[in-house]
Design a protein around this ligand. Structure first.
Ligand SMILES: [Zn+2]
Length: 298
């Protein structure tokens, strides 16, 4: 059976978004592959399924964009819904798959696929179009942004979402780094952001600032909850999300709360104690006692 054609959506003069159906986190059901194409040359960013029909459909789409020679493959991060189609594309195009070394270490590809992997260079070119590969950890430790300033586009992997929400959770995710990654998107100067899932975001800086505000709001909410009384992780998740999260995304929500708690723990705004029955119990630090009069000088 032939797979459905994969759309070729032009988001900038030489940058295309190709939503590919993938097994990913609801409510998203596709992962965006991006294609930079000029003068018959192409660079492909992310491919999240190894389904042979989808691979063929993507190759047809790449050809439809006028690409005769793919010169590089890039993985924004190691998650399967962004990388599992890259070994097949490597076999077809015989070019390296660039990925950050920290995420390369997390991939469990067979030997033949692993041989295709190479450390991401700081920059590469597609027929004269400069692509800057920036290491911006957050969603994963080796997450990359691909900045294409000549096209006014930044490809942000899973650091912004056009559909559903971004999740940042241990062991891969690190909230304090993610805040820095959002600042980097806002500072990139690129107008458009190409997210890993969902449609393009027309104002990259505004989207990054909004998301940071939302995350800071979540932290404030968690601090308020802990000001009421100490709570376990599960109790915080229930209080913050209630039943607003679809069942398939519940673990992601739990990990996101965990990542916030990590950030609050490392900055000393929250402490925790281990209870044999309930596990870790999170609380606000005890207020520092201040003597009501200056100590006597001797
Ligand atoms: Zn991801």
């Amino acid at each position: 059976m032939c797979a459905a054609a994969i759309p070729l959506i032009r988001i900038a003069p030489h940058v295309f978004q190709c939503p590919v159906p993938t097994p990913t986190l609801p409510p998203a059901y596709s992962t965006n592959t991006y294609l930079v194409a000029k003068d018959g040359e192409g660079v492909v960013v992310d491919m999240g399924t190894d389904d042979p029909d989808a691979i063929q459909a993507l190759v047809d789409t790449i050809r439809a964009a006028g690409v005769r020679r793919v010169t590089a493959l890039i993985a924004t991060h190691h998650h399967r819904d962004h990388t599992s189609g890259l070994p097949a594309l490597h076999r077809l195009f015989r070019v390296p798959v660039y990925i950050h070394p920290l995420d390369r270490a997390r991939l469990t590809w067979p030997e033949t696929g692993a041989a295709a992997l190479a450390d991401a260079p700081p920059a590469l070119s597609c027929a004269g179009i400069a692509l800057h590969l920036r290491h911006c950890p957050g969603h994963t430790h080796g997450h990359l942004h691909v900045e294409i300033p000549g096209e006014d586009v930044i490809l942000v992997g899973d650091h912004l979402a056009g559909q559903g929400s971004v999740w940042i959770g241990p062991p891969d995710g690190h909230m304090a780094s993610y805040f820095d990654a959002l600042d980097a998107i806002a500072a990139s100067g690129c107008r458009l952001a190409g997210p890993g899932h969902g449609p393009v975001l027309e104002d990259a800086a505004a989207a990054a600032r909004q998301l940071k505000e939302r995350r800071l709001g979540r932290e404030a909410e968690m601090l308020d909850l802990l000001a009421e009384r100490p709570r376990t992780l599960g109790e915080i998740v229930d209080a913050v999300y209630g039943d607003t999260v679809p069942p398939g995304a519940r673990l992601a929500a739990r990990r996101t709360v965990q990542a916030h708690l990590q950030r609050l723990l490392s900055s000393g705004r929250v402490t925790r104690q281990f209870d044999a029955d309930r596990g870790f119990i999170y609380r606000l630090p005890h207020p520092v006692s201040i003597p009501d009069r200056a100590p006597t000088a001797y």
